[in-house]
Structures are given as C-alpha cells and as structure tokens.
Design a protein around this ligand. Structure first.
Ligand code: GLU
Length: 440
C-alpha cells in the first residue's frame, strides 16, 4: 500500500502539474472541460497533493453499452448507453440517468464528476456517477421506452446496486423509468431491491418530497442568498429558464414565498409578464397543451432574452451552457441560482464575478434532489418511511448548513461561491482518500 499523501522530493505539486497543462480551456462549452477548469482551480488553491490530483481527475469507471431495442413496428434499433462512475471513495456511486439526443461521453463524465462534488458539498455518503442513453424519448412509445430502459439496466446489472451505484431521474427520465429499473434489477436478483434506485414511485419505496426536492433545494438556497445579501423576498423579481421538474417546482415555491415570477420558459419558448405569472395557471396550460407556447397569461419573448431581463434572481434550470462568455455581460440579475447542472461556462464565471453577481453554484443550488435521494435510500434500507414534513425539514437543514459551509470557505479564502463549493468538496473527497490510502 502506498500513501497518496506523500510527495517525495522531485514529485511535481498539483500546482506545477496544472501550471504546465493549463491551456485556457480548449472548449468551454464542453461540460467535461468546464468541470475540469473549476476542479483545477480548486486543486491549485488547495495545493492538492499531486498524486491525489491525478487520481481525482480520472473517472474510476466508464462503461459504454449497445442497447438494442425492438421498435413497435418490428425493426431493431441500437442505441448507445453510458454509465460513468467518477469517484466512489465516500460511498456508492450516485447520479441520474438522462435520455437525450445530446448525451455524449464527455457530458456524462462531467455530470458524474459534478455528482461527486455535489454529494461532498452537502456531505452525504455517496460518490458520483451518471448515465445516459443517446435517444429522443419523444419519438419512442411507452413500450419502446420500457424495453430501452430494461435492456440498458440489464447491460449494467453488475454495476448497479444499493451498495455500488444508485441511479435516479434526470433529463427526460422519471418515476416510471425508475420503476422499470428497479423491477429489472430485482428480477435478476430474485428479490425486490428497492434501494437500487431513487426517485421511485412512493408506492414502491419512493420518498415523499423527492419529486419536489431539487426545486425546493433551489428555493432554500435562494432564500439564504437573499438573506445574506440583505435583499427582501416580497416583490423580488425572478426569471426561471426551464419548466421541467426543477424549474416548475422552484417557480411555484418562490411564488409561495412572495417573490414575483416575471418570466418562465420551456423548450417551446419563453413568456414574460411584468406583473407576475401565476405559476399554477401556467402549469395548467402546459397540462392541457403540452407546451408553454401560446400561454395567454404572459407575452411571448425570445428564449435567449429571458436570461437578460431586468430581474433580481435568475434560475437557469434547463441544461448546460445557458450563460456563456457571449451573454454573461448582459445579465442583470443580482443572484443566479443554478437549478441545472453546468448552466454557466467558466468564461461566464469571470464576467459574472466582475459584475458582482452572486452565483449559487449548481453543486450546491441543485443538491436538494440528491439529498432527498439519500433520504429515500436510507428509508429503503431501514424499511421505515418518514412523513413529508420530516423530509422537508431535514432537507432544509442540510441545504442551509451547506450554504453556510460554502459561504464561510468563500469568505475565509476570499473566493466566489463556486470556487468555495469546489474547494470544500474536493477537500472532503481528498480527506477520505488520504485516510483510505492507495490500494496497490
Ligand atoms: N439527477 C439529479 C442531479 O443531477 C439527482 C441525482 C440523484 O438523485 O441521484 O442531481
């Protein structure tokens, strides 16, 4: 056994390694490079041991599977599926599965690493993982989706497990998909294994409050940020990009807290109403018409303009790279709460910092989802289920505590919230590596 902590004479420090390889990020829109730029920065500031630096840069495991699916018409189509375990030193791999045409290995690697840092920021005993299948779920029937999910799960049967790697919903996956994963895994194991996935339907071991948890976490973090900055809640203007599970719940709860949601958007476009949009009304419209477009309670605006509105709080809750070097200087919000994973590029970070925007970074802002996933896993393992108030109270105390943990790193090191969140989480993961040593 060797110790990753000892750097013998002549061994380069992380700072030196980074210094030598630090070309400006080659493609800041590549999520893996965007994640790595933030990790490198934190590693440098922490003066991370060089061995550990190298270990933490490399995802532990990357699996690519072919997923053949019989289409309803009888034709066979082969999809590509990924699962990446970035780091499992603190506990089993944890992270969602997305079904999307934009899924790439680099994206899944970045998302897996973000899960490692996210779980460490909120200090829950999980590592980071992520999965994805390159597909357009909107053109697949329910039974095609079911076959795709089951075949993907079967291909990864020895990776998944409550002690090893626990999937959850992400872009375009939901409770129903989780139920199929749980069933497929359980059929292989010959007994019901509820703890293999989180975000399941309540009836089969899901947790109350899980569906709303990511949006609720965003709201808790936003409230802490407003309090910290001495800004009021009542009448505070908010724009929310993305109206899926995260954005719609965040909008609903922020409205309940007295903030005014002036703009929302989904894939079909964005709408604006200076007097505020009634979120339940908009949800009802989407329920009836599938998309936001045409919603009569607000005026249509260009999707990109939503980000640049004169608001106090901006919640990017769609996908990666919404705020880039190109539009960052036009952002007027005082607070950005990153509901999505990776909505801001490293180039944009610099611009926002210069403008004095207070960014609640994704690995803190959207950690409510995985936090309640952790509660779900605990409840499944204990076989004892909590009421919703207990779930929400415990979520609130974890997000509040984590916000202040990050804030105190930020003020101690005079860095922004993103850098502080990375410093805190990288150090937490590094600490476990030092204690465990390196198995050789
Ligand atoms: N997909 C969510 C995320 O990116 C939740 C992951 C989980 O609960 O494991 O944080």
């Amino acid at each position: 056994m060797t110790d990753t902590n000892t750097s013998a004479a002549g061994v380069r420090t992380a700072r030196e390694i980074i210094g030598r390889s630090k070309d400006p990020v080659l493609d800041e829109n590549n999520p893996f490079e965007a994640m790595m730029a933030r990790f490198d920065h934190a590693a440098e500031l922490l003066d991370l041991d060089p061995g550990l630096y190298k270990v933490l840069r490399a995802p532990e495991k990357q699996v690519i599977v072919a997923v053949p699916v019989m289409r309803d018409a009888g034709e066979v189509e082969v999809f590509t599926g990924y699962r990446v375990l970035h780091n499992t030193s603190r506990g089993p791999g944890k992270g969602g599965i997305r079904f999307d045409l934009n899924v790439t290995l680099d994206e899944v690697k970045a998302l897996a690493a973000w899960m490692t840092w996210k779980c460490a920021v909120v200090n829950i005993p999980f590592g980071g993982a992520k999965g994805g299948v390159v597909c357009d779920p909107s053109v697949l029937s329910i039974s095609e989706l079911e076959r795709l999910t089951r075949r993907y799960t079967a291909s990864l049967i020895e990776i998944f497990g409550p002690e090893s790697d626990i999937p959850a919903p992400d872009v375009n996956t939901n409770e129903r998909v989780m139920a199929w994963i749980m069933d497929t895994f359980s059929m292989h194991k010959r007994h019901a294994v509820t703890g293999v996935v989180t975000g399941k339907p309540i009836e089969m071991g899901g947790s109350l409050g899980r569906r709303e948890a990511t949006g609720r976490g965003c709201v808790i973090a936003t409230k802490e940020a407003l309090r910290h900055l001495g800004l009021p809640m009542r009448g505070t203007k908010v724009a929310v990009q993305g109206f899926g599970n995260v954005g719609s719940v965040a909008a609903q709860l922020l409205e309940q807290e007295g903030l005014t949601i002036v703009a929302i958007s989904d894939k079909s476009g964005a709408v604006y109403n200076a007097n505020g949009i009634y979120i339940n009304d908009a949800l009802q419209w989407i329920h009836e018409h599938r998309f936001l477009i045409g919603y009569p309670g607000a005026d249509a605006i260009a999707a990109d303009d939503l980000l640049e509105l004169d608001v106090d709080v901006l919640v990017p809750a769609a996908v990666e790279n919404a705020i880039t070097r190109k539009n960052a200087s036009r952002i007027k919000a005082r607070v950005i709460c990153e509901g999505a994973n990776g909505p801001t590029t490293p180039g944009a970070d610099r611009v926002l910092e210069e403008q004095g925007v207070f960014v609640i970074p994704d690995i803190l802002a959207n950690a409510g989802g995985v936090t309640v996933s952790y509660f779900e896993w605990v409840q499944d393992r204990a076989g004892y289920f909590w009421d919703e108030a207990t779930v929400n109270d415990r979520l609130q105390s974890i997000i509040q505590r984590s916000f202040h943990d990050v804030l105190s790193v930020a003020s101690r090191h005079q860095v922004n919230m993103r850098t502080a969140a990375y410093m805190l989480s990288v150090e937490r993961v590094a600490a476990v590596h030092r204690l465990r040593g390196m198995y050789a």
